[in-house]
Design a protein around this ligand. Structure first.
Ligand SMILES: CN(C)c1ccccc1CNc1ccc(C(N)=O)cn1
Length: 246
């Protein structure tokens, strides 16, 4: 991922991502460039109107096709080709596999809808795919675009402090994360599991694998169905069990 273009009526929403956290660092490092485009800059009327009343009546407004199309075409005219991805409730629901797919691309073009949505003819002629961050309705696509960007950017090599933390993140390999602890070793009479203080890194790794498996089995059996228990996990859980008995 080299470049992300976001088409939005609220560029300040997206600009705010440039300043903070993982996304901010990736942009500061120059790993990723973020470009905002506002359809309002592509209106041709004095009122710079980007929305209009819906044909067939009904509440709210719809985003007008012409300014949006001109904006999308301006984005496509710059830099390398990339699919136009629309954020909307009808889209493919984003999961770890979807994030990996998007993270593998050189460029993302994210279209954020507002009002009641976008004129269908723009979706038919200029949008290649639709992504949803879950089965719920937002007042605009910007929060969904922010979620996609964060998830994709943290997958980029060199962006996170420790490469492996992205690997062990929840959902990699279809597993939830293991528990985390830091000082003090005893806190309000609750002790850190002694294995983590043992310095036995192989045993600690086995414990973490077994805990992630246990949690996944408890919280998300659907993930186990999709990503069956591996030999390594089985061996880890078994060895751990025998040690506990030891
Ligand atoms: C304004 N609305 C209702 C709308 C209508 C149609 C398309 C887009 C939007 C923008 N809203 C979104 C966007 C994404 C998601 C999601 N689940 O990813 C939820 N809502």
């Amino acid at each position: 991922m080299r470049r992300i273009d976001v088409i939005t009526l609220f560029p300040e929403w997206v600009e705010s991502l440039k300043g903070l956290g993982v996304t901010g660092r990736a942009m500061a490092q120059g790993t990723i460039s973020l470009h905002c485009w506002n359809p309002r800059d592509f209106t041709e009327d004095v009122h710079r109107s980007v929305d209009d009343r819906p044909y067939g009546g009904g509440p709210g407004m719809v985003m007008r096709p012409e300014p949006l199309a001109r904006c999308i075409e301006a984005v496509l005219a710059e830099d390398i080709a990339a699919p136009v991805s629309f954020l909307g409730p009808q889209g493919r629901v984003l999961d770890h596999d979807g994030v990996s797919e998007l993270a593998g691309r050189a460029r993302l073009i994210l279209l954020c809808g507002r009002y009641e949505g976008v004129d269908e003819r723009v979706l038919q002629t200029l949008v290649d795919e639709e992504w949803s961050i879950g089965d719920y309705v937002l007042s605009g696509g910007e929060p969904a675009a922010a979620v996609v960007m964060d998830a994709v950017i943290r997958q980029q090599p060199g962006v996170l402090g420790h490469e492996e933390s992205a690997l062990r993140d929840s959902f990699v390999g279809g597993r939830l994360d293991c528990p985390h602890y830091t000082r003090p070793a005893s806190w309000r009479s609750r002790d850190v599991p002694e294995v983590l203080l043992s310095g036995d890194h192989a045993r600690i790794e086995r414990w973490r694998l077994a805990e992630a498996l246990h949690r996944t089995r408890q919280q998300r059996p659907d993930l186990l169905a999709r990503y069956p228990v591996s030999e390594v996990e089985r061996a880890a859980a078994k060895k751990l069990g025998s040690e506990k008995g030891a």
